[in-house]
Design a protein. Sequence first.
Length: 327
Amino acid sequence: MKVLVTGGAGYIGSITTAELIAAGHDVVVFDNLYQGHRAAVHPAAAFVEVDLADRAAVGALFDAHPGIDGILHFASYTLVGESMQQPLKYLRDNVVLAANVLEAAVARGVGRFILSSTANLFDRPERIPIAETEAIVPGSPYGESKHAIERMLHWLNITHGLRYACLRYFNAAGCTPERGEDHDPETHLIPLVLQVALGQRPSIAVFGDDYPTPDGTCVRDYIHVVDLAQAHILALEALADHPVLTYNLGNGQGFSVLEVIETARRITGHPIPHTVAPRRAGDPATLIASSEALRRDLGWAPRYPGLEAIVGSAWEWHRGHPGGYGG
């Protein structure tokens, strides 16, 4: 299959590109390198630097790479906190970028589309683990932008027969030996903790230790990025038989902030001091995904469900790339 990966120079996109190539697919990557890294793109993938906001350029690039069978759309602004400060950057730009890709795709008969959606669709879930049947109440302009794209896909399925899957992620984590997590600024817990182990920051802040959880810190569902990539490939293939797929995608078990820090201490051999800071507004105590539907329907199962494997793989990459892709 010939697959277009937008945002394929980013963290999840680059690792998914590598998994697609390993599975025998032909891959084209579109990325503007805003947060992505050219060095992260698999050498067997065709790479095009493009701003998806340029509608004419997007159409021209589809024509320059004919025969695309499916699209994995990762390109997006993704910072929840930033979206609260700059809502239109998300409510406008994320939606317009997706619309430009979708317009070019349906005009050229591309049949399958996978959306990198988000667990931020579920701001205050009534049930944990969170199933696909949970009411959608986006927790930020970022979450709202993803919901808008999901609705866009719904109507393109009806009007153009576009087959699509929405994969709602929880916390992607971990690395492969070749590719890892390198954001500026970094906002994710595991790489921040490992930066303390590398001596790049003095300590890690824990935002609140008085939540109704076993150790008082927030509990989150971490999923290894390779398991995430494999779910995308399964969904892409399953669209041959299913016109619409929607799955919550997580590990199915939760780990607290302090558990993550303690695991990193054991793996790295560093003390990793932490400080307790006030709670952040909008942080729920516990978020865990139910991936039962994905397991049942597509036979997906995480290969790296344990926190040791997730943090260990991240440590190996960060230790070998202390400056990220720049060194």
